[in-house]
Design a protein around this ligand. Structure first.
Ligand SMILES: [Zn+2]
Length: 333
């Protein structure tokens, strides 16, 4: 079993909590959502998960470019930034951990209000093999007869079946959107670290040991900050994204949290952040969908729709204060 926390049912709570959450906004500041960072996962020699025809790094980039395009058309007031626009690691980085750091640093330095990392999934459950008999062959074996000096080795033959391994059809498909677990730092401390589960599903971006040796003070501060300011928003957006995917007929696994270790780009970005697994590249049907322009546009549109709703929620919550209307709901001018 996967150690996952289902939180989609918590959407209502998230939305309600959202209204009362302290988000640090004060009246007449910049709009609550201005700069969105789109992060195409992996890149270059970090190909990510593999399909039969394609690599995660390239499809994630193509989907991300579609997200940018549709976002610019439909929410033109947003400043949309990409961590990379080519199939290579971002920021001229050559190592994967350095590139991960760069992604988060870039988002922070750019004053991002929202960070959306785009990935494709893979699971060992889609890598199962069966065995079938495809024929027979003659096999030589030896028997011994006699004793002492008369002992002789005699070659004999027998007919044995020949089997062939074949890949079973992929069974796992669908979308997942990751957010950090609330108070992930403490969860991580408690984690017993059953790493084998990580390979079952989802990202293993943060497995690099160097990455995990984060300064504990810095990690604790980030965890507290995330819990206080970003958890509710990340949760809300993630739920909206998964709802939009479900509305297009995809299988939605919902909002996921990982409590056995963090996801670097989520824990190091100082803004609400989500990591979207847009489908299973190791499922040939989903791979074909995610490699097609129509599929990529549909995925991108779902993400943009979710951002639209998220933005509208932020603005509706922010407006009364910005207008200076005490308890000001129900008035419009
Ligand atoms: Zn990935």
């Amino acid at each position: 079993m996967l150690r996952i926390t289902w939180v989609l049912a918590g959407l209502l709570c998230a939305v309600v909590g959202f209204a009362s959450g302290k988000d640090g906004q004060t009246p007449n500041q910049k709009p609550p959502l201005k700069t969105v960072i789109i992060d195409a996962g992996h890149g270059g020699h970090d190909g990510g998960a593999r399909g039969s025809l394609s690599r995660e790094a390239l499809l994630a980039l193509e989907i991300s470019l579609q997200v940018r395009e549709i976002m610019k058309q439909e929410i033109p007031e947003l400043n949309v930034l990409m961590t990379r626009e080519e199939d290579r690691l971002p920021g001229n980085q050559t190592s994967i951990p350095a590139a991960l750091r760069w992604r988060a640093d870039y988002a922070n330095k750019s004053g991002g209000d929202l960070f959306i990392s785009i990935h494709l999934n893979a699971t060992l459950a889609n890598q199962k093999y069966g065995r079938k008999q495809v024929g027979t062959k003659e096999e030589t074996y030896y028997v011994y007869s006699g004793k002492g000096k008369k002992r002789k080795k005699i070659a004999k033959t027998r007919t044995v079946p020949v089997y062939e391994k074949y890949k079973l059809p992929a069974t796992v498909s669908g979308t997942q959107t990751y957010i950090l677990a609330r108070d992930w730092y403490n969860l991580k401390l408690k984690s017993v670290g059953n790493k084998s589960e990580i390979y079952e599903m989802g990202e293993n971006d943060s497995l690099d040991t160097e990455m995990m040796q984060m300064d504990p003070v810095e990690a604790r501060i980030r965890a507290a900050q995330y819990t206080k300011y970003f958890f509710q928003k990340s949760m809300t957006l993630a739920s909206l994204v998964e709802e939009e995917f479900a509305a297009t007929g995809r299988r939605s696994w919902g909002v996921m949290q990982r409590d056995w270790d963090g996801i670097w780009v989520l824990q190091a970005t100082q803004m609400p952040s989500i990591l979207v697994e847009t489908g299973f590249i190791d499922n040939p049907e989903e791979e074909a969908y995610l490699a097609s322009l129509d599929g990529q546009k549909e995925v991108a549109r779902a993400i943009v729709n979710a951002v639209k709703k998220y933005k509208a929620m932020l603005e509706s919550l922010g407006q009364p204060a910005a207008n200076g209307t005490p308890g000001g709901t129900g008035t419009s001018n």
